[in-house]
Ligand binder design. Structure first.
Ligand SMILES: *Cc1c(COP(=O)(O)O)cnc(C)c1O
Length: 224
């Protein structure tokens, strides 16, 4: 079985290969290591291998694990990739460098307030419910333009990108292309799309950030 550093090295090579094949620059695509459910010793193996960008989906779990790791690796950066409640906005702003799941005015407002209060720069990605699935988080595609404008103009947030999780069990490509289209017409440059199963096509379609968990750590225990 491959080790975490070996998997990371293989993924980085693959990213370079796909970027080249897609006529893109490798340095325009970042690897977010999704460390949710992983314990500190496994995360440390990725850190030792040089990985610095990590994603967690729960504020509480990230608070439990990351302050200690950041003592040793102060240049590690954290993205929140899971749902955020407005009563956790303060903690989220304190801990995370990027919040990828901004998807409604209430949370945008809470984040704007906490960012101002903390005087800390935190970048925002807007999560789009790209398949318009009733159970899923994210702003609906037809409301995206207005919401992005609102985040920028009404709340003064730094909208650095869009994020999506395409519907399960379907070809992801049309959804990635759709996300890229929404980003383009709103002059948003970041595209967080592509997970372990579909990152090659995401890179081909313009991803600037791919979010990989399973490909780095192996299958997660089922409780998430
Ligand atoms: C868990 C998770 C990932 C990583 O998924 P893998 O299939 O393990 O690569 C990516 N993005 C989000 C939002 C997640 O919750």
């Amino acid at each position: 079985m491959e080790t975490i550093p070996e998997r990371l090295a293989a993924i980085r090579l693959e990213m370079d290969r796909i970027a080249h094949r897609s006529s893109r620059r490798a340095q325009d695509i970042e690897l977010l290591c999704v460390s949710k459910t992983q314990d500190a010793s496994r995360i440390q193996q990725a850190l030792v291998a040089g990985q610095r960008l990590f994603g967690e989906n729960r504020v509480q779990e990230a608070q439990d694990k990351w302050p200690a790791l950041q003592q040793t690796y102060p240049d590690a950066k954290l993205h929140l990739i899971g749902p955020l409640q407005s009563n956790k906005a303060r903690q989220a702003v304190e801990l995370f460098d990027v919040i990828e799941t901004v998807d409604r005015p209430k949370i945008a407002q809470a984040l704007a307030h906490e960012i101002q209060r903390a005087g800390k720069a935190v970048d925002m990605f807007i999560e789009i419910n790209i398949g318009s699935e009733p159970q899923k988080a994210g702003i609906l595609p037809q409301n995206a333009d207005l919401f992005i404008k609102q985040c920028r103009e009404d709340y003064g947030l730094s909208v650095k990108g869009l994020m999506c999780i395409p519907p399960q069990g379907q070809q992801a490509a049309p959804y990635f292309a759709f996300l890229a289209q929404i980003a383009k017409r709103n002059e948003v440059t970041g595209l967080s799309m592509g997970m372990s199963a579909d990152y090659p096509i995401a890179i081909q379609l313009g991803a600037t950030l791919i979010r990989l968990g399973t490909a780095i750590f192996g299958e997660r225990a089922k409780i998430e």
